[in-house]
Structure formats: structure tokens, C-alpha cells
Design a protein around this ligand. Structure first.
Ligand SMILES: [Zn+2]
Length: 77
């Protein structure tokens, strides 16, 4: 089955909101899972947006433009 990632993100957002509504009732385990879910969603959304910066030397990807590549040290002008 083909699922559009945008739709998938919406479903995940809804699931996260639902969990946050009951955050005081979450177990430690559920809370950790929630954080992982949020991180994954954020990463997915960021990767889909076009605001990606890539080091031209090593290909390391950044979501906000750093001054220097943290992987190879190339200056990202
Ligand atoms: Zn680099």
C-alpha cells in the first residue's frame, strides 16, 4: 500500500497530540516512545522540506546552515 508521507506525518501528529493529552498518565516507557516518535516525525518533515544544506565535499546533511562542516571541516560559504 502506498501512503503519502505527508499523510503519514499527519497521522503521526495526531497520535502524538493524543499522547500529550494524557502525558501525566504515560508510563516511563510510553514517554520514551513518544519522544522517539516526535524526533522521527521532525526528521521526516525536515527532510521533506527543501531547507537542507549539504556539504559539497563529504555530503553531510544539515537542517540549518553551519559555518563549517562538522564532519570534514569544510567552510560552508
Ligand atoms: Zn563535509
Amino acid at each position: 500500500m502506498l501512503v503519502k508521507s505527508g499523510l503519514l506525518a499527519d497521522v503521526t501528529k495526531t497520535a502524538i497530540k493524543y499522547k500529550i493529552d494524557g502525558i501525566d498518565k504515560l508510563t516511563e516507557e510510553d514517554f520514551d516512545a513518544l519522544i522517539i516518535m516526535m524526533k522521527r516525525l521532525r526528521r521526516t518533515l525536515l527532510e521533506e522540506s527543501k531547507n537542507l544544506y549539504k556539504c559539497s565535499r563529504c555530503g553531510n546533511v544539515y537542517y540549518s546552515k553551519p559555518k563549517f562542516c562538522s564532519n570534514c571541516g569544510l567552510e560552508l560559504a
